[in-house]
Write a new protein. Structure first.
Length: 123
């Protein structure tokens, strides 16, 4: 990103937080899925500086891991395809994704599941 990403929204209705949590769990943002896609044994083995391409996005789980764990962007079309309009709008509203370059969207935070909590860290 050429400009610093926005600070994610911190306050909102409980229903929106529930919708985000439901999306993350429903899309398979799990320790097991992350380890399988990144070909690692444990989350602490994630290399935040890796430039390795872990392959194409073939489903929602790949998409959510690609953007929030791998730190790669997605096209606006892929966001709509894999996340749907409502989830994409929610991610934008909470500043969890921002336009990286025209038509390309990137996460403003990294997300990791720890037990039943999703931890967000700066990118």
């Amino acid at each position: 990103m050429t400009t610093p990403p926005p600070i994610p929204k911190r306050d909102g209705p409980e229903a929106e937080y529930l919708a985000l949590r439901t999306m993350f769990t429903g899309f398979g943002l799990t320790k097991e899925a992350i380890c399988a896609r990144l070909q690692i044994e444990a989350l602490h083995n994630i290399d935040p500086f890796s430039t390795f391409d872990y392959g194409p996005v073939e489903n929602r789980t790949d998409a959510i891991i690609r953007i929030f764990v791998e730190g790669r962007d997605l096209s606006a079309e892929d966001l709509e395809k894999w996340f749907g309009a409502q989830n994409t709008a929610l991610l934008k509203d909470y500043d969890l994704i921002a336009e990286d370059e025209p038509g390309r969207w990137a996460a403003t935070v990294s997300l990791y599941p720890i037990e039943n909590i999703f931890t967000a860290t700066d990118r």
